[in-house]
Ligand binder design. Structure first.
Ligand code: PEP
Ligand code: MN
Length: 358
């Protein structure tokens, strides 16, 4: 059994919990986990759980179930909104993040940033550190790429979303970026999650390609336990037997995450599709499903892209996606007409808050 103490728990409260568990005949270990004190008991019983749950200083008791708390609606009912520059993620409408897969050079990055902004993007994406399957592939420009992103932000005003892959690069990425992206392949890099948990920049946490939604929640918990409460989930497709797309967009992860968690959820249709022509329909599905944002790989000359060329959309395709998404946002926000033609009191499905999780 794990007993998570609240951040404000006093030493006296901690000692009382330890004594109670001990008196019930179970062994006790006290540990520090990020900002929290955790009391681990050798075993436990339902009676022990009931007794401990009532004590002052206890935030949550876990007995076998997934140890996520701060990421869940048990901790916070209202949706968390995250402000990045002028954009509120988790507010009304779908936030649009667009840009190249990788930062390839200053001129092309600035050209893409201006075009993405004109198409309706609210943030610029682009990797300076690229996770590549082959060590011989282009792996990004590193710090030089971060500086190019900062320059593109200066010229366009668009906040920057960029990936950090290594604990050693967290400081540099934190200095340059507005949102730190944890890529799919890093969702289980617990040292990296703990390190970005120490920063105070929003974290865009991408779902691992073989990870369950519960596992994504516990990865977010690592960041939150470190004291960084700004996590944005990203569904980017999972690996299935289907070979027609690069990954299978698990659209059901959006309502699942919204039900389990108060944190915003965005969708990456680009890495799910792997092909530019599937990006628009998947983006529309995500918006209709209630996603708080979209992250879309965009390039002014896709054929020249140094990574993920096949899935990059043109700025004009991005503009068309943004138009569709805004129409979907408006349709979902509009009052629903009842059978008598009068607006229904029932809010649209996407804006209804899920029931609290038992
Ligand atoms: C990316 O966003 O460029 C990326 C590498 O995505 P993922 O981690 O989802 O594969
Ligand atoms: Mn990519």
């Amino acid at each position: 059994m794990l007993v998570l103490l609240s951040k404000s728990a006093t030493d006296a409260e901690r000692d009382r919990i330890v004594q109670t568990v001990h008196d019930l005949g179970f062994s006790v270990q006290v540990r520090q986990a990020g900002e929290h004190t955790v009391i681990e008991t050798g075993a436990g019983s339902e009676a022990c759980r009931c007794e401990v749950e009532r004590l002052a200083g206890v935030e949550r008791v876990f007995a076998g179930e997934t140890a996520a708390h701060y990421a869940t609606r048990d901790h916070r009912q209202e949706p968390t909104q995250i402000q990045v520059g002028d954009t509120l993620i988790g507010g009304a409408g779908t936030c649009i993040i667009a840009g190249p897969c990788a930062v390839e050079g200053l001129d092309v990055l600035v050209e893409i940033a201006h075009a993405a902004k004109a198409a309706g993007a609210q943030m610029l994406r682009g990797g300076a550190y690229k996770p590549r399957t082959s060590p011989y592939a282009f792996r990004g420009l590193g710090v030089e790429g971060l500086e190019m992103l900062a320059e593109a932000r200066r010229q366009t005003g668009l906040p920057i979303v960029t990936e950090v892959m290594d604990t050693r690069d967290v400081d540099a990425v934190e200095r340059h970026a507005d949102v730190l992206q944890i890529g799919s392949r890093s969702m289980d890099n617990f040292a990296l999650l703990a390190e970005v948990g120490r920063t105070r920049k929003p974290v865009l946490l991408k779902r691992g390609m073989s990870a369950t939604v519960e596992e994504l929640l516990t990865s977010a918990e690592y960041v939150l336990a470190g004291g960084n409460d700004q996590v944005i989930f990203c569904e980017r497709g999972i690996r299935t037997f289907e070979r027609g797309t690069r990954n299978t967009l698990d659209i059901s992860a959006v309502p699942m995450l919204r039900e389990r968690s108060h944190l915003p959820v965005i969708v990456d249709p680009s890495h799910a599709a792997g092909r530019a022509r599937f990006v628009a329909p998947l983006a529309r599905a995500a918006a209709a499903c209630g996603a708080d944002g979209l992250i879309i790989e965009t390039h002014v000359r896709p054929a020249e892209a140094r990574s993920d060329a096949a899935q990059a959309v043109l700025p004009e395709e991005l503009a068309s996606i943004v138009r569709d998404v805004r129409a979907i946002n408006a349709a979902l926000a509009a009052p629903v007409a009842g059978s008598d033609g009068a607006p229904s009191a029932e809010p649209p499905a996407a804006s209804r808050q899920p029931e609290p999780v038992a």
